[in-house]
Write a protein that binds this ligand. Sequence first.
Ligand code: FAD
Length: 401
Amino acid sequence: MDSTPTHGAYDVVIVGGAILGSSTAWYLMNNPDFQGRVLVVERDPSYEMCSTAHTNSCIRQQFSNEINIKCSQYAAEFIKNIRDIMGDERVPELDIQSYGYLYLADTEAFADVLRANQQTQQNAGAGTQLRSPEQIAQGYPFYNLDDIILGSHNLIDEGYWDGGTVFDWFRRLARERGAEYVANEVVGMTRNAAGTRIENVTLKSGEVISCGHVVNASGPRALRTAQMAGLEIPVEPRKRYSYIFSAETPLDQVLPLTIDPSGVHMRQDGPKTYLSGCPADIDPAVDYDDFTMDHAIWEDKVWPAIANRIPQFEAIRQVTSWVGHYAYNTLDQNAIVGPHDEVENFMFLNGFSGHGLQQSPAMGRGMSELLTYGTYQSLDLGAFRYSRIVRNEPLLERAVI
Ligand SMILES: Cc1cc2nc3c(=O)[nH]c(=O)nc-3n(C[C@H](O)[C@H](O)[C@H](O)COP(=O)(O)OP(=O)(O)OC[C@H]3O[C@@H](n4cnc5c(N)ncnc54)[C@H](O)[C@@H]3O)c2cc1C
């Protein structure tokens, strides 16, 4: 990847080339109606520390907002038809390992949330089913369900998918079709005299690039990028801990992505390995470069929760672990997508709070439509608009992991 753009003027400058930036670039380059030039600026082309590299790569339809369900339904369609949609024989066929998310409620209050969510999901065409503890035990006899009142489970298009491969193909085909990727960092932006537009962005290497639109696809660094334009968004990096473990006595069936009331989740990973994850009990914003592991979390929180829920997992061994950052939207844990109200060519693509990987096809498509036509053409993503932040009107997501 070059560090210098070939020419100093672009129709679209995308800040951040991970899955959201690359999805947008691919959808733009794939649309014959878009005739512009695209520059993707990526500060770390190894992508080692970005959220996309640390993801758990799961997809669900168990959201409390219809628009999030619709985004995941499009993602499922995209994943299962990726070769046709991308129009390239080299793209591998992909599928979803649909073992489902199994939410477990141990209080009436949360059981009511599951009931309400299931209605929303069913109305949106999702296959979520409410499950009594007896029904759960019939299908999955290994759980300890003593404290469980209700569960909800969906076996259709919900589980694991290969987000890394989709990211690779977004990036690869975006570049082949003409998007320029540069290894550089956006460090500043200049507005016009009226303050209504970003005229240019400044790169760390000193080049000044004039731009038709700027897309903020900078993940957990979203606020820093917004502040370069003099704008604010309530997005901060928060640590999420992931663990791969093996069990002395593995289960003889696939483990659904089980969301324990303790806040710990676990799922099948390899044939005999499992993935678990959680936030810390105290979950502050952290430094952009702070990926330090707190080893006590495994001992004090994760292992006890796993062993309590699945007694067969009393004897488990941690194989590996990592820390990743959510780009956490503190207002409502939902994405912020579309133009700023006053700085009209500054586009947000931020705050995905743990569900951005599965939203990348719908969001890249929607953003490319906004950039090409000025309006959404397929799925209306208006619910994610920036103005809700200013008006303090949260689009609350009640099913966050
Ligand atoms: C532990 C964990 C588990 C997750 N599990 C799931 C899951 O199961 N399902 C799901 O859908 N989502 C999941 N997510 C969320 C998902 O991974 C993210 O929402 C998604 O990857 C965000 O992609 P992004 O492109 O917005 O951000 P990132 O992947 O963080 O990329 C942002 C990029 O911008 C670059 N950048 C930043 N600032 C600048 C700048 N000034 N100049 C140039 N480049 C810049 C960065 O280097 C980075 O490469 C998980 C996240 C974590 C951390």
